[in-house]
Design a binder for this molecule. Sequence first.
Ligand SMILES: Nc1ncnc2c1ncn2[C@@H]1O[C@H](COP(=O)(O)OP(=O)(O)OP(=O)(O)O)[C@@H](O)[C@H]1O
Ligand SMILES: O=P(O)(O)OC[C@H]1O[C@H](OP(=O)(O)OP(=O)(O)O)[C@H](O)[C@@H]1O
Length: 229
Amino acid sequence: MTLKLGVPSKGRLMEKTFAWFARHGIELSRAGSDREYAGKVDGIEDVSLILLSAGEIPRELAAGRIHLGVTGTDLVHEKLPRWEQQVEEIAPLGFGQADLVIAVPVCWVDVETLDDLDAAAAAFRATHGHRLRIATKYHRMVREFLTDSGVADYTLVDSQGATEGTVMNETAEAIADITSTGETLRANHLKILSDGLILQSQATLWRSRVAEYGATEKAALTEVMRRLG
Ligand SMILES: Nc1ncnc2c1ncn2[C@@H]1O[C@H](COP(=O)(O)OP(=O)(O)OP(=O)(O)O)[C@@H](O)[C@H]1O
Ligand SMILES: O=P(O)(O)OC[C@H]1O[C@H](OP(=O)(O)OP(=O)(O)O)[C@H](O)[C@@H]1O
Protein backbone atom coordinates (compact mmCIF):
# COMPACT_ATOMS: atom_id res chain seq x y z
CA MET A 1 0.00 0.00 0.00
CA THR A 2 0.99 3.64 -0.44
CA LEU A 3 0.15 6.96 1.17
CA LYS A 4 -2.55 8.44 -1.07
CA LEU A 5 -2.39 12.17 -1.75
CA GLY A 6 -5.45 13.78 -3.38
CA VAL A 7 -4.86 16.96 -5.41
CA PRO A 8 -7.28 19.05 -7.54
CA SER A 9 -7.25 17.72 -11.07
CA LYS A 10 -7.27 21.02 -12.95
CA GLY A 11 -6.86 24.77 -12.97
CA ARG A 12 -5.01 27.15 -10.71
CA LEU A 13 -5.22 24.93 -7.63
CA MET A 14 -3.54 21.98 -9.37
CA GLU A 15 -0.64 23.97 -10.78
CA LYS A 16 0.03 25.86 -7.56
CA THR A 17 -0.20 22.67 -5.52
CA PHE A 18 2.35 20.96 -7.78
CA ALA A 19 4.67 23.99 -7.38
CA TRP A 20 4.21 24.02 -3.58
CA PHE A 21 5.14 20.33 -3.21
CA ALA A 22 8.08 20.77 -5.61
CA ARG A 23 9.48 23.42 -3.24
CA HIS A 24 9.48 20.69 -0.58
CA GLY A 25 11.26 18.16 -2.79
CA ILE A 26 8.14 16.22 -3.80
CA GLU A 27 7.59 16.24 -7.57
CA LEU A 28 3.97 15.74 -8.61
CA SER A 29 2.88 15.48 -12.23
CA ARG A 30 0.21 14.09 -14.48
CA ALA A 31 1.22 10.67 -15.75
CA GLY A 32 0.08 11.27 -19.30
CA SER A 33 -1.69 13.93 -21.29
CA ASP A 34 -3.62 16.90 -19.88
CA ARG A 35 -6.78 14.86 -20.13
CA GLU A 36 -5.49 11.85 -18.23
CA TYR A 37 -6.25 11.85 -14.52
CA ALA A 38 -3.48 9.49 -13.44
CA GLY A 39 -0.72 11.07 -11.38
CA LYS A 40 2.98 10.48 -10.81
CA VAL A 41 5.14 11.18 -7.76
CA ASP A 42 8.94 11.53 -7.83
CA GLY A 43 11.44 12.36 -5.10
CA ILE A 44 9.74 10.38 -2.33
CA GLU A 45 8.90 6.68 -1.79
CA ASP A 46 5.49 5.12 -1.24
CA VAL A 47 3.33 8.16 -2.01
CA SER A 48 0.76 8.00 -4.81
CA LEU A 49 -1.06 10.91 -6.40
CA ILE A 50 -4.82 10.85 -6.99
CA LEU A 51 -6.23 13.68 -9.15
CA LEU A 52 -9.74 14.61 -8.06
CA SER A 53 -12.27 17.42 -8.25
CA ALA A 54 -11.52 19.99 -5.49
CA GLY A 55 -15.11 19.57 -4.33
CA GLU A 56 -14.74 15.80 -3.87
CA ILE A 57 -11.53 15.88 -1.84
CA PRO A 58 -13.27 16.53 1.54
CA ARG A 59 -15.50 13.49 1.07
CA GLU A 60 -12.58 11.26 0.01
CA LEU A 61 -10.64 12.32 3.13
CA ALA A 62 -13.67 11.69 5.35
CA ALA A 63 -14.17 8.25 3.79
CA GLY A 64 -10.51 7.42 4.35
CA ARG A 65 -9.94 6.71 0.65
CA ILE A 66 -7.09 9.23 0.62
CA HIS A 67 -4.68 9.94 3.50
CA LEU A 68 -3.73 13.49 2.51
CA GLY A 69 -5.61 16.00 0.38
CA VAL A 70 -5.34 19.57 -0.86
CA THR A 71 -8.49 21.65 -1.11
CA GLY A 72 -9.97 24.93 0.11
CA THR A 73 -11.05 25.54 3.70
CA ASP A 74 -14.46 26.53 2.33
CA LEU A 75 -15.07 23.13 0.78
CA VAL A 76 -13.99 21.20 3.90
CA HIS A 77 -16.14 23.34 6.21
CA GLU A 78 -19.11 23.10 3.88
CA LYS A 79 -19.00 19.41 3.04
CA LEU A 80 -17.92 17.85 6.34
CA PRO A 81 -20.12 18.22 9.41
CA ARG A 82 -17.84 18.51 12.48
CA TRP A 83 -14.87 18.55 10.12
CA GLU A 84 -12.33 18.66 12.97
CA GLN A 85 -13.23 15.07 13.87
CA GLN A 86 -12.65 13.82 10.35
CA VAL A 87 -9.62 15.75 9.11
CA GLU A 88 -6.61 17.52 10.56
CA GLU A 89 -5.32 20.75 9.05
CA ILE A 90 -1.62 20.25 8.29
CA ALA A 91 -0.62 23.42 6.45
CA PRO A 92 -2.23 26.43 4.80
CA LEU A 93 -0.62 26.66 1.34
CA GLY A 94 -0.73 30.43 0.83
CA PHE A 95 -2.79 30.47 -2.36
CA GLY A 96 -6.42 30.01 -3.41
CA GLN A 97 -7.38 32.79 -1.01
CA ALA A 98 -11.03 33.69 -1.26
CA ASP A 99 -13.71 35.07 1.07
CA LEU A 100 -17.16 33.56 1.37
CA VAL A 101 -19.47 36.58 1.63
CA ILE A 102 -23.09 37.69 1.51
CA ALA A 103 -23.77 40.26 -1.20
CA VAL A 104 -26.84 42.24 -2.27
CA PRO A 105 -27.58 44.55 -5.21
CA VAL A 106 -25.66 47.87 -5.11
CA CYS A 107 -28.97 49.65 -5.68
CA TRP A 108 -30.28 48.50 -2.28
CA VAL A 109 -29.03 51.73 -0.67
CA ASP A 110 -30.67 50.99 2.70
CA VAL A 111 -29.04 47.58 3.05
CA GLU A 112 -25.45 47.65 4.33
CA THR A 113 -25.52 45.18 7.26
CA LEU A 114 -27.10 41.86 8.24
CA ASP A 115 -29.62 43.74 10.40
CA ASP A 116 -30.62 45.74 7.33
CA LEU A 117 -30.91 42.49 5.37
CA ASP A 118 -33.18 41.04 8.04
CA ALA A 119 -35.43 44.10 7.84
CA ALA A 120 -35.39 44.02 4.03
CA ALA A 121 -36.24 40.31 4.07
CA ALA A 122 -39.30 40.89 6.26
CA ALA A 123 -40.44 43.78 4.04
CA PHE A 124 -39.79 41.69 0.93
CA ARG A 125 -42.02 38.88 2.20
CA ALA A 126 -44.81 41.30 3.09
CA THR A 127 -44.65 42.87 -0.39
CA HIS A 128 -44.04 39.82 -2.56
CA GLY A 129 -45.69 37.03 -0.60
CA HIS A 130 -42.60 34.85 -0.74
CA ARG A 131 -39.27 34.89 1.01
CA LEU A 132 -36.20 36.70 -0.19
CA ARG A 133 -34.01 34.24 -2.10
CA ILE A 134 -30.27 33.86 -1.49
CA ALA A 135 -28.40 31.88 -4.14
CA THR A 136 -25.41 29.78 -3.01
CA LYS A 137 -23.65 26.45 -3.18
CA TYR A 138 -22.55 26.81 0.47
CA HIS A 139 -25.85 25.81 2.08
CA ARG A 140 -24.60 24.58 5.45
CA MET A 141 -22.29 27.51 6.19
CA VAL A 142 -24.73 30.18 5.01
CA ARG A 143 -27.60 28.71 7.04
CA GLU A 144 -25.45 28.55 10.20
CA PHE A 145 -24.11 32.05 9.70
CA LEU A 146 -27.54 33.61 9.12
CA THR A 147 -29.07 31.75 12.08
CA ASP A 148 -26.27 33.04 14.32
CA SER A 149 -26.81 36.53 12.91
CA GLY A 150 -30.56 36.49 13.56
CA VAL A 151 -31.60 36.63 9.90
CA ALA A 152 -34.56 34.30 9.43
CA ASP A 153 -36.92 35.38 6.66
CA TYR A 154 -35.12 34.01 3.63
CA THR A 155 -34.88 30.91 1.50
CA LEU A 156 -31.75 29.42 -0.05
CA VAL A 157 -31.74 28.58 -3.73
CA ASP A 158 -29.07 26.26 -5.03
CA SER A 159 -26.52 27.64 -7.49
CA GLN A 160 -23.52 25.52 -8.45
CA GLY A 161 -21.84 28.18 -10.63
CA ALA A 162 -22.21 31.70 -12.04
CA THR A 163 -23.97 32.52 -8.76
CA GLU A 164 -23.51 36.28 -9.16
CA GLY A 165 -25.68 36.10 -12.30
CA THR A 166 -28.73 34.84 -10.43
CA VAL A 167 -29.68 38.34 -9.25
CA MET A 168 -29.67 39.81 -12.75
CA ASN A 169 -31.51 36.70 -13.98
CA GLU A 170 -34.11 37.23 -11.26
CA THR A 171 -33.79 33.79 -9.72
CA ALA A 172 -32.47 35.30 -6.45
CA GLU A 173 -32.35 38.67 -4.66
CA ALA A 174 -29.01 38.13 -2.90
CA ILE A 175 -26.08 35.74 -3.05
CA ALA A 176 -23.50 34.04 -0.84
CA ASP A 177 -20.37 33.12 -2.78
CA ILE A 178 -16.60 33.16 -2.88
CA THR A 179 -14.89 36.38 -3.90
CA SER A 180 -11.23 36.98 -4.52
CA THR A 181 -10.52 40.18 -6.49
CA GLY A 182 -14.14 41.34 -6.20
CA GLU A 183 -14.37 41.75 -9.97
CA THR A 184 -17.24 39.32 -10.46
CA LEU A 185 -19.31 41.03 -7.77
CA ARG A 186 -18.62 44.48 -9.26
CA ALA A 187 -19.45 43.31 -12.78
CA ASN A 188 -22.78 42.03 -11.53
CA HIS A 189 -23.62 45.19 -9.53
CA LEU A 190 -23.42 43.50 -6.15
CA LYS A 191 -21.93 44.77 -2.86
CA ILE A 192 -20.74 42.87 0.20
CA LEU A 193 -22.58 43.53 3.48
CA SER A 194 -20.20 45.22 5.94
CA ASP A 195 -20.61 42.29 8.39
CA GLY A 196 -21.24 39.72 5.66
CA LEU A 197 -17.93 37.83 5.77
CA ILE A 198 -18.67 34.16 6.50
CA LEU A 199 -15.24 32.58 6.04
CA GLN A 200 -11.75 33.40 4.81
CA SER A 201 -10.63 30.42 2.79
CA GLN A 202 -7.38 29.26 1.25
CA ALA A 203 -5.95 26.10 -0.24
CA THR A 204 -4.85 23.85 2.62
CA LEU A 205 -3.20 20.44 3.08
CA TRP A 206 -5.41 18.13 5.17
CA ARG A 207 -4.82 14.71 6.74
CA SER A 208 -7.58 12.16 7.09
CA ARG A 209 -8.15 11.06 10.69
CA VAL A 210 -10.06 7.97 9.58
CA ALA A 211 -7.86 6.48 6.83
CA GLU A 212 -5.87 3.36 7.69
CA TYR A 213 -2.19 3.92 8.27
CA GLY A 214 -0.16 0.70 7.93
CA ALA A 215 3.59 0.64 8.47
CA THR A 216 4.35 1.84 4.92
CA GLU A 217 1.84 4.70 5.05
CA LYS A 218 3.09 5.76 8.50
CA ALA A 219 6.69 5.86 7.29
CA ALA A 220 5.70 7.80 4.15
CA LEU A 221 3.65 10.26 6.21
CA THR A 222 6.57 10.83 8.59
CA GLU A 223 8.80 11.54 5.59
CA VAL A 224 6.26 13.96 4.04
CA MET A 225 5.98 15.80 7.37
CA ARG A 226 9.80 15.95 7.67
CA ARG A 227 10.02 17.49 4.19
CA LEU A 228 7.36 20.07 5.05
CA GLY A 229 9.43 21.01 8.10
N1 LIG B 1 -11.57 33.37 -7.76
C1 LIG B 1 -10.96 32.55 -6.92
N2 LIG B 1 -9.74 32.86 -6.45
C2 LIG B 1 -9.13 32.02 -5.59
N3 LIG B 1 -9.64 30.84 -5.16
C3 LIG B 1 -10.84 30.50 -5.62
C4 LIG B 1 -11.57 31.33 -6.52
N4 LIG B 1 -12.72 30.72 -6.80
C5 LIG B 1 -12.72 29.57 -6.12
N5 LIG B 1 -11.60 29.44 -5.40
C6 LIG B 1 -11.23 28.33 -4.51
O1 LIG B 1 -10.85 27.21 -5.29
C7 LIG B 1 -11.34 26.02 -4.69
C8 LIG B 1 -12.02 25.17 -5.76
O2 LIG B 1 -13.16 25.85 -6.18
P1 LIG B 1 -14.28 25.18 -7.07
O3 LIG B 1 -14.97 24.10 -6.34
O4 LIG B 1 -15.07 26.31 -7.62
O5 LIG B 1 -13.35 24.56 -8.14
P2 LIG B 1 -13.66 24.05 -9.54
O6 LIG B 1 -12.51 24.47 -10.36
O7 LIG B 1 -15.03 24.43 -9.94
O8 LIG B 1 -13.50 22.49 -9.26
P3 LIG B 1 -14.48 21.27 -9.38
O9 LIG B 1 -15.72 21.71 -10.08
O10 LIG B 1 -13.65 20.28 -10.16
O11 LIG B 1 -14.70 20.83 -7.96
C9 LIG B 1 -12.27 26.41 -3.55
O12 LIG B 1 -11.64 26.11 -2.33
C10 LIG B 1 -12.45 27.92 -3.71
O13 LIG B 1 -12.44 28.59 -2.49
O1 LIG C 1 -13.68 37.90 -6.99
P1 LIG C 1 -13.24 37.32 -8.28
O2 LIG C 1 -11.75 37.36 -8.46
O3 LIG C 1 -13.98 37.86 -9.45
O4 LIG C 1 -13.54 35.73 -8.21
C1 LIG C 1 -14.77 35.25 -7.78
C2 LIG C 1 -15.33 34.24 -8.72
O5 LIG C 1 -14.45 33.13 -8.86
C3 LIG C 1 -15.18 31.92 -8.65
O6 LIG C 1 -15.79 31.50 -9.79
P2 LIG C 1 -15.16 30.46 -10.81
O7 LIG C 1 -14.31 31.19 -11.78
O8 LIG C 1 -14.49 29.33 -10.07
O9 LIG C 1 -16.48 29.95 -11.52
P3 LIG C 1 -17.85 29.36 -10.95
O10 LIG C 1 -18.87 30.41 -11.28
O11 LIG C 1 -18.04 28.09 -11.70
O12 LIG C 1 -17.74 29.14 -9.46
C4 LIG C 1 -16.27 32.34 -7.66
O13 LIG C 1 -17.38 31.46 -7.68
C5 LIG C 1 -16.63 33.72 -8.14
O14 LIG C 1 -17.63 33.69 -9.11
